[in-house]
Design a protein around this ligand. Structure first.
Ligand code: SAM
Length: 249
């Protein structure tokens, strides 16, 4: 049994079995250039929008710390921007667990192809609190920024994205941030037919960046079940996955 397991562990690096993460690059641009050798590069494609939609609409164990903080925050803020909010997946997963008034504004900011698909489905399902923008500047002012599963894919610094809002949000909730102790590495994630740059950030730099924007760390939680490694580069070790609540000082 043990030798067989060891053999299958080695074989996965040689056999054409679908791999989730391949390649290790030192920048987003380098990873994107490598992805462009394939069929589709990046997330912004109509055919990628439905991939894993149903799965992402389910409440997962790692969502509970976010819900814990959001329960009080949504009463205070009356609105939020859900950056990387896909087709409203977290709205669909969270809405029955949060005290959202009828006039609560849940604004998803995402890439154009995802926004098109999300808006169409929200109209069909008559989700009136939910709206979509593909420019952060159009999200309107809101004190609450949610970035769940965003940081891996975001191609600009968080500070730049937040700088496009009319006012810096008071509260930032980030979940499923991929981190490592060594230098930042960008790999390519296979999502449907697309290869998408996926950033595994240096933890200290990430924390310095957010606190440097004038935020204090209020809470942090580990998500061991989302720790992963790059199939083609096991020597780079496992990632850490974490969630954060930052508040403006
Ligand atoms: C894995 S999904 C996360 C979905 C959901 N928020 C969740 O936690 O399950 C990542 C989302 O980030 C979006 N995304 C990638 N790059 C982005 C960017 N530069 N600006 C906004 N959204 C982006 C993708 O289109 C996708 O919808």
């Amino acid at each position: 049994m043990v030798p067989l397991q060891a053999l299958s562990g080695r074989l996965r690096y040689f056999l054409p079995i679908p791999r989730r993460f391949t390649g290790a690059y030192s920048s987003y641009q380098e990873a994107l250039a490598a992805a462009k050798n394939g069929a589709l590069a990046g997330y912004d494609h109509d055919e990628i929008a439905p991939v894993a939609f149903e799965q992402m609409c389910r409440l997962a164990a790692w969502d509970y710390p976010v819900l814990f903080w959001m329960r009080d925050l949504v009463r205070e803020t009356g609105s939020l921007v859900d950056a990387g909010g896909h087709m409203g997946t977290k709205y669909r997963a969270f809405r029955s667990h949060l005290p959202l008034g009828e006039d609560f504004r849940w604004v998803v900011y995402d890439l154009p192809a995802i926004v098109r698909a999300g808006q169409k489905l929200a109209d069909k399902d008559q989700l009136t609190r939910l709206s979509f923008v593909d420019r952060m500047a159009d999200a309107g002012p809101t004190p609450l920024f949610l970035g769940s599963g965003l940081m891996q894919y975001l191609d600009v610094p968080l500070g730049k994205l937040i700088g496009e809002m009319p006012e810096a949000p008071k509260h930032i909730l980030l979940n499923k941030v991929a981190l490592r102790k060594g230098p930042t590495v960008v790999t390519l994630e296979q999502i449907g037919r697309a290869r998408v740059p996926y950033q595994i950030r240096n933890e200290a730099e990430f924390l310095q960046h957010v606190t440097g924007l004038g935020y204090e760390l209020v809470d942090r939680w580990a998500i061991p079940s989302l720790s992963t490694r790059i199939d083609t580069h096991p020597e780079l070790g496992r990632t850490e996955s974490a969630g954060f609540y930052f508040r403006k000082i």
